[in-house]
Design a protein around this ligand. Structure first.
Ligand code: UDX
Length: 461
């Protein structure tokens, strides 16, 4: 093995880490951050990618990019992006052969491949790694808590949860035994409108992780201490908690979409901690009626807001057509700003931001924790439910909207987080977590040490 220790303690190695990101914004961003972290530790990085949602190689000139030939690209119907369950099956079924060919070629070239790091949503590639005798390391995109909820799907099946929930159940505050802190009223969204399809995939992801040599997590020990006991008990893989990834290279841009930077000069003009940032990530969509409730709730709150409305995210509309005429100027009285896609991390770090209304995707949740911004949670499916439940009930750094999108509740929850005493207490608690997030990355901190262990582990592969 070719290995030298430099004066800065970085290991220079000829070992290659082959990475397979899952081609969706919320997955590819952290995977490319991880690639940069490993590269900074001296590894060479080769990224296998679909042509569908391909990363831009010019943004990462230090990596080797290999498009997966064949079906995994142009031939995928674009409508499949809206159909995440089908997309995951198509990718796992149809890319298996081409992924094997790529990896086999790299191995035959004696490229020094140490391991194969794949997103957990590529659950089928374990077979490829086993067949070629390459250690597979799984990267899990969400929280430990979300993973444990996914792993409890058989329990939910046993409890008879795969059915339509009554209106009463959809309001029930009872905790789900074995899935705390999830409540009964979280289950219908957690399992989506296609419980069979979603739960099957959750099970495949969990089962696909079991034989992996190791798992990399974009979280940190101090945030999920309680869940770690169960993780280590039920999944005796090697676990490396090295997050938050985005804190390693704050200036790194990995987004697939173009960000509108003009909103920063608008934010510069706002009072400290006065602005509510509103974004529901790269996938969640809303009905037109919900969109209008959001708009009225924002306007009625009288609080300044910066709102990301992704084109196509309002069902049946291209962008803002359903908004009443003169919404920003007249109804919201000039207090709002709307963009199609934003520089989210820069926004959360801005001094004028006082709250974040989010769909509770894991990246957004972690980014908010790292900037000490309390949250309003509107989770729509899957991992977003346990994430939101942790924010509101465990860490107590935000509140959930209980009734979906309803303008009266939106107005009062915004005031609670942005203005009331309650919001100040949430702010204190999230500032405490922010401090822990900073410390864990410093020398001797939990993520710092775990990354050192990960480097040793990869070198031993
Ligand atoms: C998806 C899933 O929905 C989420 O639940 C899972 O945890 C990860 O994969 P997504 O819905 O896009 O991700 O949400 P999230 O995880 O929050 O990731 C969104 C990313 O896009 C964040 O890194 C955020 O900074 C970025 N973003 C979002 C922007 O850069 N600009 C925006 O305007 C909005």
């Amino acid at each position: 093995m070719d290995l030298t220790i430099t004066g800065t303690g970085t290991v220079q190695t000829s070992r290659v880490v082959v990475m397979l990101p899952y081609p969706l914004e919320g997955h590819i961003n952290p995977m490319l951050q991880l690639a940069n972290i490993l590269h900074s530790k001296g590894f060479s990085i080769t990224v296998l990618h679909t042509r569908f949602n391909a990363p831009n190689p010019t943004n990462h000139p230090h990596f080797n990019f290999i498009p997966i030939p064949g079906v995994a690209g142009d031939d995928l119907p674009v409508s499949d992006t809206g159909n995440l369950i089908r997309l995951m099956h198509v990718l796992n079924d149809e890319c298996l052969g081409p992924v094997r060919d790529c990896l086999e070629r790299l191995l035959s070239e004696d490229a020094g491949v140490a391991c194969f790091v794949t997103d957990a949503q590529w659950f089928a590639v374990q077979k490829v790694a086993d067949g070629l005798k390459v250690p597979r390391v799984v990267y899990w995109t969400s929280s430990v808590s979300a993973f444990l909820s996914f792993s409890a799907v058989p329990l939910l099946r046993h409890m008879g949860c795969f059915r339509r929930f009554s209106d009463e159940e959809k309001k029930s505050e009872a905790l789900v035994t074995g899935l705390e802190p999830l409540k009964v009223r979280d289950l219908s969204k957690f399992l989506t409108s296609d419980p069979e399809g979603a739960s099957k995939l959750m099970e495949l992801m969990v089962q696909g992780m079991k034989p992996a040599q190791a798992v990399i997590w974009n979280t940190f020990k101090e945030l999920e201490e309680l869940q770690l006991v169960n993780l280590h008990r039920d999944f005796p893989n090697r676990h490396f908690l090295i997050g938050p990834f985005h804190k390693y290279f704050p200036a790194l841009s990995t987004s697939l979409l173009t960000r509108d930077e003009n909103c920063i000069s608008w934010l510069d003009k706002q009072a400290p901690k006065s602005v509510l940032y509103v974004s529901f990530g790269s996938l969640a969509g809303v009905e037109e009626s919900q969109f209008l409730e959001i708009a009225w709730g924002l306007a009625n709150s009288k609080q300044p807001f910066l709102w990301v409305v992704r084109p196509g995210s309002v069902k049946g509309s291209e962008w803002l057509e359903p908004l009443p005429d003169g919404f920003l100027e007249r109804i919201a009285e000039g207090r709002g700003y709307i963009v199609k896609w934003a520089p989210q991390r820069k926004i959360l770090a801005h001094h004028s931001i006082g709250g974040f209304w989010t769909h509770s995707g894991w990246n957004s949740t972690l980014e908010s924790v790292c900037e000490g911004v309390p949250m309003i949670c509107s989770p729509s499916f899957g991992d977003q439910l346990p994430n939101a439940r942790n924010v509101s009930d465990v860490w107590k750094i935000g509140v959930e909207l209980r009734n979906g999108f309803e303008r009266g509740e939106i107005e009062s929850v915004i005031k609670r987080v942005m203005v009331d005493e309650d919001g100040l207490e949430m702010k204190d608690r999230i500032m405490n977590l922010k401090e822990k997030a900073n410390l864990c990355l410093k020398k001797g901190g939990s993520s710092y040490s775990s990354l050192e262990d990960l480097v040793k582990f990869i070198l031993s592969c």
